[in-house]
Ligand binder design. Sequence first.
Ligand SMILES: Cc1cc2nc3c(=O)[nH]c(=O)nc-3n(C[C@H](O)[C@H](O)[C@H](O)COP(=O)(O)O)c2cc1C
Length: 166
Amino acid sequence: MNETYTDILSLRAIRTFDERAIDPADLDAVLEAARWTGSSKNRQNWSFIVIDDQEQKDRICASGDFMTPVRNAPAVICLVQELEGYEFDTGRLAQNIMLAADAIGLASCPVTLHREDVAANVLGLPDGIRCRYAIAIGYPAPGAGATKMGGRKPTGDLVYRNRYGQ
Ligand SMILES: Cc1cc2nc3c(=O)[nH]c(=O)nc-3n(C[C@H](O)[C@H](O)[C@H](O)COP(=O)(O)O)c2cc1C
């Protein structure tokens, strides 16, 4: 099977990381993959805030309910939705970041910033600019793997033909 295809199927959210900082060349490579993500009308109405400062990481943790991956990671990439940006585009960004990270030996986990007002304050976002999702990223801890939540619904439960339920 084609390597890209198997990478897509085997990509897992990883929540435990090695302590070492991310090599700047690796981080640049991930951000380059993010930059090349397609967007509606090619607006690219996004930006990225990389947090690698421990105190700032602690502050952003207050904005989400399930932030263990961020606490464990050396860095977090906050996905900023600029004015007239779309959440769908942010989702595509997240997947590109995760796949690119995986391809170069980094592990990652998406996180939700449930309290967007807290996130906006911590990140210094101007009015109307949002950040609801971020990606915790780093080299995987030895033995790091997916948590028990993994697995997927069978295709037969998900795919219909022509009309819902058929
Ligand atoms: C939009 C989105 C938000 C998520 N938010 C969190 C989060 O806040 N904290 C967390 O630990 N995992 C979060 N995850 C990771 C999911 O729990 C994970 O992708 C899911 O359990 C499937 O895991 P697997 O891909 O390793 O099989 C999020 C995933 C997505 C797609």
